[in-house]
Design a protein around this ligand. Structure first.
Ligand SMILES: C[S@@+](CC[C@H](N)C(=O)[O-])C[C@H]1O[C@@H](n2cnc3c(N)ncnc32)[C@H](O)[C@@H]1O
Length: 263
């Protein structure tokens, strides 16, 4: 059988937020190469003989797995004729380096399929009762990576544009939260406008801190917000008071089985 890679988005944290197709592929894979931010219950779905390879990265330290090694591993296993699921948190094409992995496979002349996942960019706000768009309040939303220091010269991000986004969602922004808030205010965002941080969305560990742009860093500290977390700026944050629906202690864990093919 010819090998193939499937870049599967695992969703934002809770196991059964994976797509039906993603789950079906997991259950038949020969090899699963997975990241840190995926629900561990998903690994229980693998065939016993499936090879499981953890390639989680944390930060940019020298001991983390290099992207080139992951690309090479994918090319090797698919080249060996295996069905390989590359399982990534959220959606593999949203700050997931999925494009680079597909490019490596394409360069090697190997087939791949992309199975989109539910990105934390929309799922974390949703689990906090914050719609990223809302009639009369926000007709657009912007998603940006916040790991880059907004005060450093030569930033790749146009923070002036970010300051004007109706809804701004920041991923990987916990460590730089104070600098991000300052940068937004310095470029014209109202310091008293609403802002929130949502950590470990959709899991039993979910926490939400709601405040203003100026008050967000302090609120995050007070509420114990740590990575992984998403920051949200915009009037839509106010809807949290009315629409917060998720009680982590009641429903954050567990996997609702969809029924295995042999059942
Ligand atoms: C490397 S990015 C990967 C994003 C992923 N591909 C996606 O589409 O959700 C990791 C960042 O996603 C966000 N994130 C992932 N899972 C999350 C969760 N359960 N709750 C809040 N934020 C999450 C955090 O901002 C985290 O730093």
């Amino acid at each position: 059988m010819k090998g193939k890679a499937y870049l599967v988005g695992a969703g934002p944290g809770r196991a059964d937020l994976i797509s039906v197709r993603g789950l079906a592929l997991l259950r038949v894979a020969d090899v699963v190469i997975y990241d840190r931010l995926i629900a561990r219950e998903l690994l229980d779905e693998l065939r016993p003989q499936a090879e499981r390879i953890f390639v989680g990265k944390r930060g940019f330290g020298p001991r983390t797995v290099q992207q080139e090694d992951i690309n090479a591993l994918l090319v090797e296993r698919v080249g060996d004729g295996l069905q390989v699921v590359r399982l990534k948190g959220g959606d593999g094409f949203v700050f997931g380096r999925g494009g680079e992995e597909c490019a490596a496979l394409a360069a090697a002349g190997l087939p791949f399929e992309v199975v989109p996942g539910i990105s934390a960019a929309v799922a974390a706000p949703a689990y906090a009762g914050i719609p990223v768009t809302h009639r009369g309040q926000a007709s657009a939303f912007t998603v940006v990576a916040g790991f880059e220091d907004p005060t450093k010269d030569g930033s790749n991000t146009d923070w002036s544009a970010m300051a004007n986004a109706p809804t701004l969602v920041v991923l990987m922004g916990v460590r730089s939260a104070a600098k991000i808030c300052d940068a937004l205010v310095a470029r014209g965002r109202d310091p008293e406008s609403p802002a929130a941080a949502i950590a470990s969305a959709s899991t039993i560990h979910q926490k939400v801190a709601c405040s203003t742009v100026a008050g967000l860093p302090q609120a995050m500290e007070a509420d114990g917000i740590s990575a992984p977390a998403v920051l949200v700026f915009g009037d839509v944050v106010k809807l949290h008071d009315q629409l917060a629906w998720f009680a982590p202690e009641e429903g954050g864990r567990g996997f609702v089985p969809l029924g295995k093919p042999d059942q």
